[in-house]
Design a protein around this ligand. Sequence first.
Ligand SMILES: [Fe+2]
Length: 297
Amino acid sequence: MFTNTKIEIQALSEKVGKKITNVGNISLLEIKQEEIINLFKSSGVLLFRDFENDLDTFTEFSNSLSTNFMDYTGGAFNRRIINNNATILTVNDFQDEVKLHGEMYYTNKPPLMLWFFCANPPLQDGETIVCDGQQFFDELSNSMKDLLSKKKLKFPGNYTKESWQKKFKTNDLNVVKEICQGNGMKVKTNEDESIDFQFICPAIHKSRDGKHDVFINSLLPAKKINPKLVCFDDDSEITDEIISELNEIAEKITVEISWQKGDILMIDNTRIMHGRRAFSDNQRDIYIRLCFPAFAF
Ligand SMILES: [Fe+2]
């Protein structure tokens, strides 16, 4: 039970998440950490609304509950650093839709936890979307459960010399090779110093307590960005029918978050997938932090 009467707690959706609203003019830092942690563990995603948050309180609040912040070296998208802090990043510098995914599930070391901060909302559209990967698995047809339990996903790709220098912030090919191999990728270097890589991972993961199956991966956005590239680990095709079934489930269970200035979102990246709707104005300013819980998880 929450003991704090200065906040109101509502369901974010029928199945997953909680919205914590400030109704007593308090600071986020006044909420008992233990209460936040318990809610986070049971709900998977928390939205904090109507707190007077700026970048400093966001940083302090996320620092108080997380550790091992990542700087996104080797990440798939272009992100800008905010406030000279390499662990506070803009979300992707483009306006297209991003399909539901687990963050950095194209490596074997994804962060366990994510934070989002709304520095400025879009004028319209651009909602961040979330869904429960456990519910996603439950909604799959039996034949799809069977297929995705038997076959793994294969993400092949290539970095030109220029692109790996930028993504990995180094000029040393061996350093990049080491990082990629450390992330579970197979790597082949070419004569022009470009790199071919390949990452194989399951589409389904066990929940932290080992009791449930969770559909969480990077398949849907990867397939949208590079339809021909992603396949199963036996090189068989991931057909349009398969992707249609997955996209249908995704739409059915998606929860939309319409940003308000100062909103903070806390996400369990072992269970909750996230993405965003497309937008068309230049107002949307959302920051992300990738990290690990500073509490038993
Ligand atoms: Fe993401």
